[in-house]
Design a protein. Sequence first.
Length: 317
Amino acid sequence: MEPVRSDDLLVTSERAEQLKKASLTYKSITLTKRQLCDLELLLNGGFSPLKTFMGKQDYETVLQDLRLSDGRLWPIPITLDVSADFARSLEHGETVALRDPEGFMPAVLTVEEQWNPDKQREAELVYGTRSTGHPGVRYLNEEVKSTYISGKLEGIQLPLHFDFETLWDTPAEMRRLFDKMGWRRVLAFHSSNPMHRMHREMILTVAKEKEAHILLHPAVGVTKPGDLQYYARVHCYKAIQAHFPHDFAALSLLPLAMRMAGPREALWHALINQNYGCTHFIVGPDHASPPYQPSASTLAGKGRLISDSSAPVSYTH
């Protein structure tokens, strides 16, 4: 699967200037952190083969069959939600500005479609439950607005990052690095937690088995409730990278908003890392599952997971 290049969605400098001037009259959507993460991975090709937020047909087939309407594998719906009042104010073919919380405009969307999703059905199919005890379901019910919109996406610039500037790579940049280093096989390790010595030993064992180099690719967008703040985690990753063999492991930050969708999300993470040039991907126990939730067994000093666990395994793309 050939990834979408960022140049496919980023317009020319002349077109960008036109859009910036025209945007003075556009309606604006201030993106949430999740929406901003999704937008960045659309624009940089991390969500290849997607080129915009999903329309209804793709949304429905992804929910039901884990595939886009053209049959290509994709397990998680990537949608742009707006309020019902805002949706009613839009006309077909109208262009809206997509802005970050500071007012910068990384992209515009020309509206071609809008619909009201069945959130209970989405929760059941994506998360395997309708219980608001699941943080993904709770976010869907309480934070996601009532109407989804889609249309042509035009990128003006990738969202800016002002910390760890050298660690934010696009898929095209990572692939060029792997080519330059001569890394033919690359094992991706995706995490939203600090790394420990056990992780290092496990990653090295799998990498040697697969004759692969290593990409440490932590999610630093929206992660699980209770996760350590990403600034501290990145310092942890940088420290442990020094304990891998020289020129054996790379570190790059992934601006991903996790959904905590369990097995669906594990597959999603593998596809994203494939777009970044990785050939292998480690899936650990309870990969991308929600945090432990209290239950009746809590009285016995135990908790439960909402979704099933899986044994550690290395997948080859």
